[in-house]
Structure formats: structure tokens, C-alpha cells
Design a protein around this ligand. Sequence first.
Ligand code: FE2
Length: 378
Amino acid sequence: MHVTLHKNGSILTLHEEADLRFHAIWLRDNAQDSETRAPGNGQRLIALRDIPKDTHISEASLDGDTLRVTFEPEGKTVSFDITWLKGHAYDRSCSPARGWLAPDIETWTSHMQADVPTGQFPSLVQRGDAFVDWIEKITRFGFGKIENGPIKEGALFDVVDLFGFVRETNYGKCFEVRTEVNPTNLAFTGLGLQAHTDNPYRDPVPTVQILYCLESSASGGENMVVDGFACAHRLREENPDYFDVLSRYCARFEYAGEDGVCLTSRRPLIELAPDGELIGVRFNNRSLAAVTDVPFSEMELWYAAYRRLGEIIDDPAMEIVFRLEPGEAFLVDNTRVLHARKAYSGTGTRWLQGCYAEKDGLRSTRDALHRANLEAAE
Ligand code: FE2
């Protein structure tokens, strides 16, 4: 391994198994010394304006696993850990396909029916290996079940406490899902529902939904989940134009079903990051508003694509079905996994409580546990 400098010290190349190029400005901005980064919390202490525009490298040398770099005109010498540099290298040539997925995500279909990520509540609250395993699977697959939880009102908040905080909405801190005499929302009746993501009319949407079962003596009412990312990928394979039109144009969503509430959003059914990463699916027939942001010449294509995406979502080959018993709950990544309920009979009772939370808490908890385990192993 050795290093070379190019273009008057504006580029440094680390010659490893593959050559990894770094810009002088990137290296300077990412210096890990105590004047650049706070030793305690790691936060950056300088702004880009504090780094000279003409920053370049005058000297670079390797000493074991350390790279020492001198930046001019500051005359500042900084050490970089080689493992850190390799872990943060950005010198890649590939331009991934539109709809690529982050490496910590795995799509699924009905084949995963026998292997639903499931955690036992009493062991999850211990926050040991079982919890690490469960939270890893939840973030990877975008959903999971919890069994053997307490059968008491508000128990769903104990689930949220495992990883984050409740997202309160106009439906309250939590909402009751059971038959009501005067339903304001179809979710509160006994009808079956098409698989959907919740609340696409919010901006931002709640990114996690939890449904917790407290009573279940009515027949039917099974819960079903569908991986929206798997559906989007299948649509892309079947017809790239369909995938393209649904990701390129915004739909509109609206909920104005109660006094004082008029929630609207403008987002695509399939959401990509600027570099093409698949980051979200919104699908909810009940709250789709008039779509007015698709050009006239593309509207028929958009509707054909929307119809086909719905057919894929309805395909039993895409769905996982399970029944929640009292003390059981499920959790979904609401930016990705659609959920539905099959119809249930009016006799007996079925009572679930639902609430929203955010998936940054899930990811943060997972990553903090991972870091703690790494530190413990050192
Ligand atoms: Fe829902």
C-alpha cells in the first residue's frame, strides 16, 4: 500500500487492492483532529468557510494503519485511520439502476410466510441478543411481529418505548380500531381493506405504524402485509415505463374527514432519491386525491401503471397473512410495507389499538446497539 498526490495536491490516491482517490477538500473537511471535531460528541467544530478555497496537500505519508496528510495553505498536519478511510471511500464508477436499494434492506414476498420476523415481548424488553436480532430484522424487512405482550390498554406504548417515541396526530396519541356506529374512517368498520400505507396525506408521513391486539373473538379480520419495495421492483421488471411514470410524477393525497382537519400532500406513489435509490411507496386508494401533476400526454400511462401496481399489490403471491391474538402486535415501516385487514364478522369483538412512531428511532437503536457490541468486543 502506498499513496500518491496528483493535480497539484488536490487529489490523493491510496493504492490498495483497488486505487481509492480522495479530494484534498474532502479530506480536510473530514479531518478527525480535536480542532476539527469535538472529541466528546464527534460534532464538527468548523464550517466550510473556515477551510481555504485553495486547500491542497503538500505531503502525504503512510505509517502502519495511519495516513498523515499536510494541508496548505494552513500548514496543518492531520492523521487518518486507514480503516476509516476505506470505509468511507467514494471512488466508485457504477451508476446503479433507478430503484436501487440500500444494502441493509431485503425485499420479500409470500415465500417469507413461514419466517415472519417475530420477537417475544418479555425477552425484547431485556434488550439482549433477542432484541438485537429482532430490531435488525425489522429494519431489514420493514415489518415484524411481537408475541406474548401484556393484554392491557396502552400496551402498544411499551412497544414504542423499545426504540423511540410516539408520533401524535389528529387521531390522538393512539387510535382504536374496532367497529363504530358512525365511522369517520373506513378502518373503523368491519369491511376488508385493500393493502395500503397509512396517512400518505401527511408530510412527512408517520414512518412506523404499530397495531396491538387486545381482543379478538370475531372471526376473520386477519392482518396482511405486502412489501411495497418488492411490488415496485416487480413493476419495474414487467414494465420499466410504468415504474418510471409513477416515480417521475407526484400524486396528491388528502384527508379532510373531520372538522378542522384538511391534510394534503404531493408525493409520487414510488419515491426515489435524486440518485435513484428507492426510498418510499405511498399507496392508499381511500385518500388519493385528484391527480393533477401528471402531464396530459402521460396521464393514460400513469393510470395504467397505477392499475398494474395495484394488481401486483393484490396478488396473493406478494402477501403475508397472520392473525393477531390478544397480546400480539405488528409493526410496519410505513414508507415501505403496506398493510391490510381482511373482512371480519360482526359477532364477537375485535379491538386493536394503533399508533405511529418514526423509523429513525429504529435505525438509531439498531446502530447504537451495533456500535456498543463492537466496542464490547474490542
Ligand atoms: Fe391502515
